[in-house]
Design a binder for this molecule. Sequence first.
Ligand SMILES: *[C@@H]1O[C@H](CO)[C@@H](O)[C@H](O)[C@H]1NC(C)=O
Ligand SMILES: [Zn+2]
Length: 253
Amino acid sequence: MISKVFVTLTLAALALAAPAAEDAFEKRAGPAQVITRCTVPNTAALTFDDGPYIYGKDVVDTLDKNGAKGTFFYNGMNYDCIYDQNPAATVKYAYDHGHQVASHTWAHKHLNSLTFDQVHDEMWRVEQALLRITGAYPAFMRPPYGEYNANVLKVAGQRNQSAVIWDLDSGDSTGSSVAQQKAQYDAVVSRHPSTVLSLEHEVYETTAHQTLQYAITKLKGAGYRLVTVAECVGKQPYQSVSAPQSRTSDWHC
Ligand SMILES: *[C@@H]1O[C@H](CO)[C@@H](O)[C@H](O)[C@H]1NC(C)=O
Ligand SMILES: [Zn+2]
């Protein structure tokens, strides 16, 4: 009770004394925005979860070859450790080629079962890794399994992250065959919504080498612009951008 009264009084004081400070406080402390769809008409955002892994570079090359941009929601420690030489190089490669790098949290845990401090820890570790490797501080995260609760959104809000879900699941992580995945893109193209925010995973060979080119061809053929999540909602991808850091002994999982 005491702290709630204190916060209320503090907010009231800020509102009277300094509207700008109140805005900053609310930005920091309010729950994260949840993005479930793109808002810029005629955009499609392809998103790739669970990397960095061995097919990530091929995914970037396929996007590049087609003049498309993608968004990578990286874990710190999932299929690979983000700090190992090749995974770190894959993250840097995606970033350097103009794709959006974002957080999928550290170890792909079910965030709803974690405490406030544990959620901060899962988010902070991978934000730090992305900052070290690319120099950019991400502004977007995707909770593993798309699972979030008030606690998760509170922490994400404090970390100035938007939480990103999707409105088209390719089914690559839930056992769909390549034919079934392709059928998802056929269906969305014939439905032709204003925008598409799709879920893929860069950790499957079939996603990287079979479904992706099909999805790009279909979506581009239907007139969509293939852009990053940040671009499809008209926001900045990063909280800040600086030079990448040099590897130190602290870069380990
Ligand atoms: C929060 O993130 C936005 C980009 O989404 C950035 O412009 C802003 O400076 C960030 N705020 C803080 C306090 O870091
Ligand atoms: Zn995932």
